[in-house]
Design a protein around this ligand. Structure first.
Ligand code: KPL
Length: 308
């Protein structure tokens, strides 16, 4: 059986690990000690369609005791990517590959710097997941996962096969960049606004004043993508972003979840990436700049928040 380490067992990592344990030998690695202790004591719980399932999967915070890992799936938040790169460097053999499933732009570069380009792959997932509490995740939507063909077509197909055997839809693409940007644009439109407005995703699709803000964020990002020569996998990016908000209507976006638990957000790799790319290709991005500043101010003012 293939031995896979999931580095970052938050909402996404836990849901993937839970399913993948059907098809592979899985070990979960996470810095949150209470979560790791709960998984080892009571098993990893996963709520799916209002039913709770439990599976015994080993979890550790300190990866030094683990060996013979063939592939690492990176599912940490952007702020922990450098840590994840160190862990992967320790765990993987010379020909082992780390695939990042993270949101936004730039995480793959952090991994490449530590592991080398020949050992880093990227995947785009539209799986929806929420962490309910220590040791317990909820599958919020069974969207497909696409693995990039680089750096190893063989490993990409092997991972996609393992996902499918585990009940998670998956495929391989030679044109991952357009999917990476497609997902980025959806996150640009949904994540910061749901965090700032403190609403589930559906509010952005159903309340015209909020949909208008999604449109502004997305249109700027699309202009940057076009100037950067990216072929987008989305035919109508604003409509498709609003459609994702509708199909995930009850979901709290990952950025809203970060804000609610007082954790750093991924604003720099999402809206911040649009601002940086915009500067590089000469496209102004004032609306995304303001979203970045507002989310950073939201993070920094958390201890002072007025309560009812
Ligand atoms: O990817 C997401 C996220 O929350 O990060 C979406 C698609 C917006 C679903 O919540």
């Amino acid at each position: 059986m293939m031995k896979i380490a999931i580095i970052g067992a938050g909402a996404l990592g836990s849901v993937i690990g839970f399913h993948l344990a059907n098809a592979a030998e899985v070990v979960l690695i996470d810095q949150w000690a209470e979560h790791v202790a709960a998984i080892n004591a009571r098993g990893l719980r996963c709520t799916r369609d209002n039913e709770i399932f439990t599976r015994n999967i080993p979890a550790v915070s300190d990866p030094t005791s683990i060996d013979s890992i063939e592939v690492a799936l990176i599912a940490v938040k952007a702020a922990q990517t450098a840590w994840a790169a160190e862990v992967a460097a320790h765990l993987l053999p010379a020909d082992g590959v780390a695939y990042t499933l993270q949101n936004g732009l730039g995480n793959d570069e952090v991994l490449r710097l530590r592991l080398g380009a020949h050992r880093v792959g990227q995947a785009v997932t539209t799986l929806g997941a929420t962490l309910i509490g220590p040791g317990h995740a909820r599958m919020a939507g069974l969207g497909p996962t696409t693995f990039g063909a680089a750096p190893s077509l063989h490993i990409a197909y092997t991972l996609a096969d393992h996902f499918r055997i585990a009940g998670l839809p998956a495929s391989v693409s030679t044109d991952l960049n357009s999917l990476v940007w497609g997902k980025l644009i959806v996150n640009v439109g949904i994540n910061a606004l749901t965090a700032l407005l403190r609403v589930p995703n559906g509010a952005l699709a159903n309340i015209p004043a909020a949909s208008k803000l999604v449109q502004r964020a997305v249109e700027e990002a699309v202009a940057v993508a076009r100037a950067a020569g990216i072929t987008l996998a989305l035919a109508d990016p604003v409509a498709e972003t609003l459609a994702v908000a509708q199909t995930t209507a009850a979901n709290y976006s990952s950025m809203l979840q970060d804000i609610l638990r007082g954790a750093p957000t991924e604003i720099d790799t999402i809206n911040g990436a649009i601002v940086r790319e915009g500067q590089r290709v000469g496209v102004p991005t004032p609306f995304n700049e303001i979203l970045c500043d507002l989310v950073k101010a939201l993070e920094a003012t958390a201890p002072l928040r007025a309560r009812e």
